[in-house]
Design a protein around this ligand. Sequence first.
Ligand code: COA
Length: 257
Amino acid sequence: MTWETITLDIDDDVATLTVDRPDQLNALNVETLHAIEEALDEAAAADARVLVVTGAGEDAFVAGADISKMVEMTTPEAQAYAELGHRVADRIETFPAPVIAAINGYAFGGGMELALAADLRVASENAVLGQTEIDLGIIPGWGGTQRLTRLVDDETARRLVFFGARVDATDAHELGLVGELVAHDQLDDHVAELAADLASQPKFALQAAKEAMNAVHDGSQTVGLAYEKRAWSGLFGTHDQREGMQAFLDKREPEFE
Ligand code: COA
């Protein structure tokens, strides 16, 4: 299958899903999220032993959910968008083989949440990561409030979410947001080697290990994810959500209440 806004390449047991909207810094709109779901189905059906997720172009992994589509959303529309974003993140988390996020540039908001749903994160030195939603008058809505607190310590996660900090690759590595940091021009080769190493591991053991380790967080994460969905969509229609998103689109500073 082919899509307008993503590509999927399957080569030697390794599937590579590339979000491909470089002019919008690979921001995720509804069409792109649906395409990712279809590509995940295709990669799983092809029995991929590793999935790599990355972004097209030189600047961005994924710069977040598409703000131009969110600015006027009502709470019910935001609920549907949250369901879709959560489903995509959940599908990455439960993909039946290891998933590597190859973070080649900006990974903000929903982009960081895609990376958090992966098993392993490799960043190029150009990467910048952040749960930046607070700048838009909202909170992380595709799993970030839950998956971030399991990756880094609780206060670090709170600081990242409360201040929307944009963390460069070196700091992200020190904080444990990414497992590895490599030179920008070595990212593709390094990830290809890592993927090949994983693909040579015993497939069913890897799958079982992933499922077992995902289960550590199962109960509490399910409750937390449901809470996050409600809290996120409940912020739509507030002054700060409208102002935060409109200010981004107008390229000006927001004036919050
Ligand atoms: N949604 C929709 N469009 C986005 C976007 C997003 N999340 N992130 C970037 N874009 C668009 C911009 O609107 C711009 O479009 P335009 O050329 O039509 O004006 C284009 O991508 C390039 O972005 P721009 O802001 O001009 O590039 P920059 O190099 O000055 O800044 C960023 C790059 C990533 C720092 C900045 O785009 C940014 O902060 N993006 C939003 C991040 C965010 O809050 N994400 C969380 C969303 S949940």
